[in-house]
Design a protein around this ligand. Structure first.
Ligand code: HGY
Ligand code: MN
Ligand code: MN
Ligand code: MN
Length: 425
């Protein structure tokens, strides 16, 4: 039972549940909806207001605050040395209609660990940093996880800055407005070294709840690919145009979509997941044959070769579709499967086991994440791992997203133990 472990246990036992739950509720006010959900898309005025709230909260905890060129916010609790810090945190942005925990929980729990260390008067060798990543969701600006991916490879930012949202606002312009608002925050140079990274997040799926486990040790993240498909036909009159004279973009898009769903059903054994989440129809009029239909494809699988086969089907189906129009397919997000290192999993397992045992809960469960996370990019940069807490009904990316308060507490306790062990080495 080394000195580091004793400090870790003391930190775990210093987490203050009431302060944690209140801080989660306070952040959820930014973009809070009547149905209990949260609408706080990245770099919107509401997101900027929430960032200001986090900066003030972090400063009240004695943290130094920095912001980098991708507007990632870092809240640092200094250590006794200048050794590379231990990073935790998650993303501050939400889906257009999201919950109050996706991303936000990891940021708030990280700040709760810092408050607990202040209460306990614990000093760690390494600084502990809590990050609020920019644009993890990728719903306003695609791809997802722009902030964390630009952190580990800064040259990605140039292309990201050119991405437009549906109102033709560029990510770069939104970034510059955010940096201007945070002009009182010191700028963080790119590629600062990190000792390690631990991201705490809700599972967003049904696995932990089904197993009755309170905590999940995440061994990896499945692969993901996003595509934009644009069917270009010809707008024409709904009443006068014979069916065999049409270049109906919706008929093409629906035909392609049916082939994709059929293929996903054939590949069901691989647990592949297909989502056609965003559709835009032009001119979108009840009595005009659609001239253009654009839709997105989100495909995921733990086995990337399944996605390779799926992508081949997509290119064949769109190239061979029998009609007069044309179809373009563009992949705008692609990540291979992530595997977290065994040494980190062993530590996370120990932290989760102690917290679960103290709460009289079953042992933690090992699982692979169905959702992607900023940790998938940090894993390219330093030893990284994740801790999950259960999601009620496995629901997320929905206003009904919820986790039992006692599980939110468990996660913060396991995080405290893990961070202090790492920061004391
Ligand atoms: O889509 C995802 O997996 C992430 O939760 N944004
Ligand atoms: Mn998330
Ligand atoms: Mn999400
Ligand atoms: Mn994430």
């Amino acid at each position: 039972n080394t000195a580091a472990t004793q400090l870790a246990e003391q930190a775990q036992d210093s987490i203050n549940n009431e302060r944690l739950q209140k801080a989660i509720a306070a952040l959820a006010q930014f973009g809070g909806r009547d149905d209990g959900g949260v609408a706080r898309e990245t770099l919107t005025p509401i997101d900027l207001a929430s960032r200001r709230h986090l900066i003030e909260l972090a400063r009240s905890l004695g943290c130094e605050v920095e912001i980098d060129e991708c507007a990632n916010l870092f809240f640092r609790r200094p250590g006794s040395t200048d050794l590379p810090p231990v990073l935790t945190g998650s993303h501050g942005d939400t889906q257009p209609v999201g919950g109050k925990l996706d991303g936000a929980y990891g940021v708030i729990a990280g700040l709760e660990v810092i408050a607990a260390l202040n209460d306990a008067g614990i000093t760690t060798r390494r600084a502990i940093e809590v990050v609020a990543w920019t644009n993890e969701e990728g719903s306003r600006f695609g791809p997802g996880a722009m902030g964390s991916s630009a952190y580990v490879e800064p040259e990605r930012l140039t292309a990201y800055r050119a991405v437009l949202d549906k109102d033709q606002i560029s990510f770069g312009a939104a970034l510059d407005a955010c940096l201007a608002e945070a002009s009182d925050v010191s700028r963080r140079a790119p590629l600062r070294p990190l000792d390690s990274c631990v991201e705490l997040h809700i599972e967003q799926g049904p696995v932990l709840e089904r197993a009755g486990a309170g905590l999940g040790v995440v061994d990896g993240i499945q692969s993901v690919r996003w595509f934009r498909v644009v069917c270009n036909g010809m707008a024409a009159h709904a009443g006068t145009t014979p069916m065999d004279k049409r270049s109906d973009a919706m008929a093409a898009a629906v035909g392609i979509a049916q082939q994709l769903y059929a293929h996903a059903a054939q590949e069901a054994a691989s647990n592949v997941r297909l989502t056609l989440g965003r559709w835009q129809v032009g001119p979108n009029s009840v009595n005009t044959i659609p001239g253009t239909v654009e839709f997105t494809i989100d495909m995921r699988c733990v086995d990337a070769s399944v996605l390779d086969r799926f992508e081949q089907l997509l290119h064949r189906a769109t190239a061979d579709f029998p009609w007069r129009g044309n179809i373009t397919v563009e992949c705008f997000f692609s990540r291979a499967p992530t595997h977290f290192p065994q040494a980190m999993l062993t530590l996370i397992e120990r932290a989760c086991t102690r917290a679960s045992a103290q709460a009289g809960r079953p042992a933690p469960l090992h699982l692979t994440s169905g959702a992607f996370h900023d940790a998938m990019y940090l894993a390219d940069y330093c030893p990284t791992a994740m801790i999950f807490v259960p999601s009620k009904g496995g629901i997320s990316h929905n206003a009904a997203e919820e986790t039992a308060p006692e599980d939110l507490l468990l996660g913060a306790q396991a995080l405290a133990y893990t961070l202090v062990e790492l920061a004391s080495r």
